[in-house]
Structure formats: C-alpha cells, structure tokens
Design a binder for this molecule. Structure first.
Ligand SMILES: Cc1ncc(C[n+]2csc(CCOP(=O)(O)OP(=O)(O)O)c2C)c(N)n1
Ligand SMILES: [Mg+2]
Length: 366
C-alpha cells in the first residue's frame, strides 16, 4: 500500500507531441477522446471569456484554469453521480461536468453565492473553497460519513501544490490513511502558488510521495494528458468505493497564465519557462493525436469552435441578465436561524445599501 507509482516520471499515455507511448486503456474509445477534447475546448473558451468580462468590469477576481483543463476534465469524467466532489477554486472543468452550468460558474465568480446552489450530480458536492487546504479536512469528514453510512461511494477533493505545505493537508491525509477512508485527493501541481515556485515550496522530490507518511498509495500522473488523469482517478475511485482505502494523486500540470486576474505573473517568472510549458499543454497534444488517427478534421474543429462560442455567449448573456442578489442575502445562509449580531448586520445592510441592478463590481484581491 505505502508505495509511490512511477516515483519521479509522471505516467502518461499521450506525450507532449501527441504520440501514443503505451496502448490506451481498454475503456477509452475514440468517442470518449473526442468528448474529452470538446470539454477541454469549451472550458478554455469559457475561461478566456470570463477573463475578458473581468477586464471590462463585469466580473470579480477570477482564477483562470488555462493549461489545467485535462486535470479538471479527467476528474470530471471519472466521478460518478453519487460520489461527492469537494472542489477548490480552479475546478471549472470538473464543476461543469458535474452539471453546474457555465452561468452558475460565472455567477460564483461574479460574487453571487446563489451560483453555489448546485443541482444534479453536484447536489451533494461542496461549494468551491477559497481558503487554502481547508477543503481537505472537510473532504475527510465527508469520507468518514460515507464510510460510517456504508455508502458505496467516494469523496474526491482537489487542491494546489501550495496547499500541500499546510497542516490541513497532512491532517486530512493522516486521518484518511489511518481510518482507510474512501477518499481520493488530487493535487493540481501547476508548479506555482501565486509567485512561489514549487522549488521554494518543498524539499520533497515529488508531492505524490507525501502519501507514504500517511500510509496510502501515491500516484504521479501527467496532468496534461487527459487519458492519464482519467485513468489514475478512475482506478483510485473504484478502489475507494470498494472499501480498499484512500489514494493521493499528483497531477503535474502548469499554470499558463496569471494566478488570478488580480496578479501579473510577468513580474516574477521567466517567459521562457511559460513558452516551454505551452509545448506540453493538454489540448494540442490530444488534437494532434486525433488528427493522426483520422478521428478529427479541420471542418470538425471549425464546427466545434462555433458551437462552444455560441454556448459560452448564451451563458454570458444569461449571467449578465441575472437579477442582482439582495445585499443582505449572504448573511442568511450561515445558520438555520439568524443570530442577534447577524440580524443587526442584516438591518444595517437594509438601511445602508440599495440594489442598483448593475453587475459592475469593485475589484477585490485574493
Ligand atoms: C488560508 C489561506 N492562506 C492564504 C491564501 C491566499 N492564497 C490564495 S491562492 C494562494 C496560493 C495557492 O497555491 P496553490 O495551492 O498551488 O494553488 P493554485 O492557486 O496554484 O491552483 C494563496 C496563498 C488563502 N486563500 N487562504
Ligand atoms: Mg499551484
């Protein structure tokens, strides 16, 4: 159990040049690959549009997932309806695959908590988590509940590389290992925690090896290969659902843009590193592979780009048309009934602020 698979080299099926290294898993069909490709292209289009909305004052601070689409899509395709997803803030792709609408994703980043009223597969999922690593202990708690109710489902939690330095991360993993919880923890190792590079984050050779101290299996996977992410997560989820315990997965990706729209990464990192990372990005390699298999052609590409543009434009129009949230509404969801201090704050909000119907928001920093 206490082992790290492929200790230093992340495993992959499709390399950066879109070449098949090893035979694809038996459950991966051409249709599956085309669907995964479509999802990644859609999420990239969404991401670009949301950044543009922020730049024009119609969105609050937003964390782009550019370059990390394969991590989110791989996870989303492996999760089953009754599993419970505990996201962090860079999980747009997985949320979408859980049935959260593009409009809801924008609503959340527009500062409207009603975007978190998930339905469908995401009904039992947790809201996305901004405080670093706190979601790890929440997820361990969810996994305790699943185990004590003998539900044949798993919890899956995500975090960044920076989050692995926090106590919450180690505490959650320790408990999951000790109690053999049905928990899959996926680290999106995008190499940066805002301006802190991984080399300044840890002396550990890999993040997957942090599984060893917790007494669980650690897997290091190429986070730019959607097949590898899916395969690793699928195996780990099956293991968790069948009572065989937790897994830690390190998905090695790269943050191709700023940390959030409140950041300027050109101030602290070398352009050459970013350009090199573009050579390994997830969408291009799958597109190359599909082309080489005669499973995708330029006409299909044009059609897909038109389709995703229409889908994103419709979601933006719906987002911009949403009636604004009442300024006191966010106070209502903390407790079942209002406490005296919260009631006082609510009263203050009522008398102090008017709802002006505008989506133009002051910019906040994370
Ligand atoms: C408890 C806490 N401390 C600090 C912050 C500020 N903060 C926001 S994102 C971030 C870096 C996280 O990096 P990483 O875990 O690698 O995730 P990434 O953003 O790269 O996906 C920090 C320190 C926070 N949100 N919460
Ligand atoms: Mg990071």
């Amino acid at each position: 159990m206490c082992q790290v698979t492929q200790r230093n080299t992340p495993y992959c099926f499709l390399d950066a040049q879109g070449q098949n290294l090893v035979p694809l898993p038996a459950d991966i069909s051409l249709d599956w690959l085309r669907a995964a490709y479509r999802h990644m292209v859609l999420i990239r289009a969404l991401d670009k549009k949301v950044v543009a909305l922020q730049r024009t004052g119609q969105m609050r601070t937003y964390p782009s997932c550019l370059g990390q689409e394969a991590v989110g899509v791989g996870i989303g395709l492996a999760l089953q309806e009754n599993d419970i997803f505990v996201p962090y803030y860079r999980d747009q792709a997985t949320l979408y695959l859980r049935g959260v609408t593009l409009t809801q994703i924008m609503q959340v980043w527009g500062g409207d908590e009603r975007g978190h009223l998930f339905s469908g597969h995401a009904q039992r999922d947790l809201p996305l988590c901004i405080p670093i690593a706190t979601q790890m202990t929440h997820a361990a708690g969810v996994a305790v509940a699943l185990k004590s109710r003998a539900e044949p489902h798993a919890a899956l939690v995500t975090c960044g590389d920076g989050a692995t330095s926090k106590g919450d991360f180690s505490e959650a993993l320790n408990l999951a290992g000790l109690w053999q919880l049905p928990l899959v923890s996926v680290i999106n190792n995008n190499q940066w925690a805002i301006s802190v590079p991984l080399t300044m984050q840890t002396a550990a050779a890999t993040l997957a090896q942090k599984a060893v101290a917790a007494g669980m299996e650690g897997v290091r996977v190429d986070g730019n290969d959607v097949v590898a992410v899916y395969h690793a997560v699928d195996l780990a989820l099956k293991k968790a659902r069948s009572g065989k315990g937790p897994t830690l997965i390190e998905a090695v990706s790269y943050r191709l843009t700023d940390h959030t729209t409140a950041d300027d990464a050109t101030r602290y990192r070398d352009l050459k590193q970013v350009n090199d990372a573009w050579e390994r990005e997830p969408i291009k390699r799958l597109q190359t592979w599909l082309h080489e298999q005669d499973a995708w052609d330029p006409a299909q590409e044009t059609g897909l780009l038109e389709e995703v543009r229409a889908q994103v434009d419709a979601a933006v129009a719906a987002y911009l048309a949403l009636p604004p949230q009442a300024p006191d509404e966010f106070l209502q969801y903390m407790f079942a009934s209002m406490t005296t201090p919260l009631s006082a704050q609510q009263q203050y909000q009522h008398t102090r602020f008017a709802v002006d119907g505008s989506k133009t928001q002051p910019q906040g920093a994370q």
